[in-house]
Design a protein around this ligand. Structure first.
Ligand code: HEM
Length: 228
């Protein structure tokens, strides 16, 4: 005999369950990129401030927890969110392709397909950027890397014009991802009604511009010699 728990649909196996998890993990990333962007702006306050901020991240939770314990906890949360976000998005895309039997005729469906294509390719671009970013700034593959010296690493990192261009392109992809991601999150959470459209559009645009703009300010400031 099956129990109620066994019969209850496992939420993550349904399309809506998957969409909710994609939206929630997306919101975790949004919180992370916003905090990271604000933290990065400390570079304009000089080496002491930005390096002190890096130290704070490592010391967070002391003396209750050992050094770097909370930072590793945060890294673990981000990693789990990344795995869920990517794998569930792939599963949803496969499901929607398998269930689609007719060609698009309505413009809103065509627009939705444009947005989901942008999300898919933009998401891949952000993922590849992230691998390069971590290798360069965290694992320290760049030739002038100094462990713990965020200021020096950022300046020497962006003294390479190709890296500045790569970052600006990645921030363009991030802006589009945040813009479309805000729309789909609202849709998943049931707040996409015609009367809310202008509010959602303004919120999505503001988030995309503030976050991508704030991030881009750092490589641009180094490229133009304002931070050196
Ligand atoms: C211009 C844009 C950016 C700059 C200047 C920047 C700068 C940095 C720096 C200097 C570090 C190393 C911090 C340390 O040594 O403790 C770092 C780490 C990191 N960044 Fe960025 N970042 C940028 C954009 C992004 C974006 C868009 C993402 C996510 C999509 C991201 C994700 C991360 C992650 C996950 C870490 C590792 C954090 C850790 O585990 O300690 N960054 N970033």
């Amino acid at each position: 005999m099956t129990t109620t728990i066994e019969r209850a649909p496992r939420i993550y196996e349904t399309s809506i369950g998957k969409k909710i998890l994609v939206a929630v993990t997306g919101l975790v990333f949004l919180g992370f990129v916003f905090a990271h962007m604000v933290g990065n702006l400390k570079i304009f306050l000089g080496p002491t401030q930005v390096n002190k901020y890096g130290e704070f991240l490592r010391d967070m939770g002391e003396p209750i927890f050992p050094r770097s314990f909370l930072l590793w906890g945060l890294r673990l949360v981000l990693f789990v969110c990344l795995v869920l976000h990517v794998s569930l998005t792939i599963q949803l895309a496969r499901r929607s392709r398998a269930s689609r039997t007719t060609r698009y005729v309505h413009t809103d469906v065509v627009q939705a397909s444009y947005a989901s294509r942008t999300m898919r390719w933009g998401g891949l671009a952000i993922f590849l950027f992230l691998i390069f970013h971590l290798a360069d700034f965290t694992w320290g593959i760049h030739p002038h890397y100094v462990r713990g010296d965020i200021y020096a690493n950022t300046v020497s990192g962006f003294e390479r014009p190709a890296v500045v261009i790569l970052y600006l392109m990645a921030m363009g992809a991030l802006a589009l991802h945040i813009y479309h991601g805000t729309w789909s999150t609202c849709q998943t959470l049931g707040i996409k009604r015609a009367r809310w459209d202008p509010v959602i559009r303004r919120t999505a645009t503001a988030l995309a511009v503030i976050i991508a703009g704030g991030f881009s300010a750092v490589p641009l400031a180094v490229a133009f010699g304002l931070v050196r």
